[in-house]
Design a protein around this ligand. Structure first.
Ligand SMILES: Cc1cc2nc3c(=O)[nH]c(=O)nc-3n(C[C@H](O)[C@H](O)[C@H](O)COP(=O)(O)O)c2cc1C
Length: 319
């Protein structure tokens, strides 16, 4: 049987906290018989997404396969993602969120790797008799498990407030099932995480959780949440909620699902009905809802016939 491949990607400094934490988890996977690969993202030259959307337009018109027009090192991450069966991605916290480069890579994975766009293009292309080489990479549809790690120097946990919720952007479009996530705060109270046994043990556990997910026999066991706490949202397990100002309705900003906020015995609870849970954007159905709205409601050029003339007024403003 072919060995399972576990990929670790770090956005931290070379051999600093994030990198060593990911590598500890990878070593557990290796000890369990997996092949491992590690990428230090900041060593690569990855350009920002220019917003041309040719990746998505290519797929929706059946001419492209989800590729990017930019020529840089992104293909290294892309190929590693396609090859892996499991992913451990880690980022330091910069200004309450993952690093800027983390977001750059998320945008490059973004819509171009959305499995609902890719699957539709793949199936339509096959039906039209196109060769595999002209279709989206079929490894895109592999079921994968993943874990997120974030590291903040601050002693106060709320300085990491948006980090883990934002990190789902890395795995969402590919439909990678996140089964564990760990937020290490107070990193600056230690010279290095290697001086913090508790965190290093937690990384061993995280690696073992990935192995459990990889070799699980049922879908339920594969996707079982193995994080430290259940959290408020039953899908992403984050505690971030958005007030909708419509009665007691709230939303999970990561999943895009609505729930009802209740106070029971003085504690806040959010009840997310099953029909909402099913449409989380972390699941296929939620992504399909989005790709369908784009395909059916986004308008192309020509809706405003004098658009070029109208833009003239703004062309050189403030230059
Ligand atoms: C630009 C910048 C912004 C930072 N902002 C935060 C922050 O908002 N919250 C926090 O907890 N730590 C913050 N830190 C500290 C880093 O999270 C910390 O140094 C972390 O250990 C870096 O990870 P690494 O050691 O894996 O590189 C910031 C560091 C930098 C360089």
């Amino acid at each position: 049987m072919e060995k399972k491949k576990v990929l670790g990607i770090s956005f931290g400094r070379k051999m600093s906290n994030t990198e060593v934490m990911i590598k500890e988890a990878l070593l557990q996977c290796q000890a369990a018989g997996c092949d491992i690969q590690f990428i230090r993202a900041d060593d690569l030259d990855i350009h920002i997404c220019t917003g041309c959307i040719s990746c998505v337009v290519g797929m929706t018109t059946g001419r492209g396969k989800g590729g990017c027009v930019l020529k840089d090192d992104f293909h290294i991450i892309d190929e590693a993602l396609m090859e892996c069966d499991a992913l451990i991605v880690g980022s330091p916290v910069y200004e309450m969120e993952p690093t800027g480069n983390f977001k750059v890579v998320c945008d490059r994975i973004g819509p171009s790797h959305d499995i609902t766009f890719r699957e539709a293009t793949y199936k339509e292309g096959l039906a039209a008799g196109k060769p595999e080489s002209e279709l989206p990479d079929k490894r895109s549809f592999k079921k994968r498990v993943g874990a997120l790690i974030t590291v903040g120097g601050a002693m106060t946990e709320n300085w990491l407030s948006l980090a883990l919720p934002s990190m789902y952007a890395f795995t969402m479009s590919m439909g990678i099932d996140i089964i564990d996530a760990y937020k290490y705060f107070g990193a600056m109270a230690y010279e290095h995480v290697l001086g913090n046994e508790k965190v290093m043990h937690r990384m061993e556990a995280l690696g073992k959780h990935i192995v459990e997910g990889l070799f699980a026999e049922t879908e339920e066991e594969r996707t079982k949440w193995r994080g430290d706490k259940e959290g408020t949202c039953p899908v992403c397990h984050n505690d971030l909620i958005e007030i909708s100002h419509s009665g007691t309705r709230v939303e999970c900003p990561v999943c895009g699902i609505a729930g009802d906020l209740q106070i029971e015995d003085g504690e806040i609870h959010v009840h997310f009905p099953p029909e909402e849970i099913k449409r989380s954007r972390l699941y296929y159905a939620g992504k399909l809802e989005h790709s369908t709205e784009i395909k059916t409601r986004a308008v192309g050029p020509g809706q405003i016939p004098d658009l070029k003339e109208r833009k003239q007024k703004y062309l050189h403003v403030g230059e």
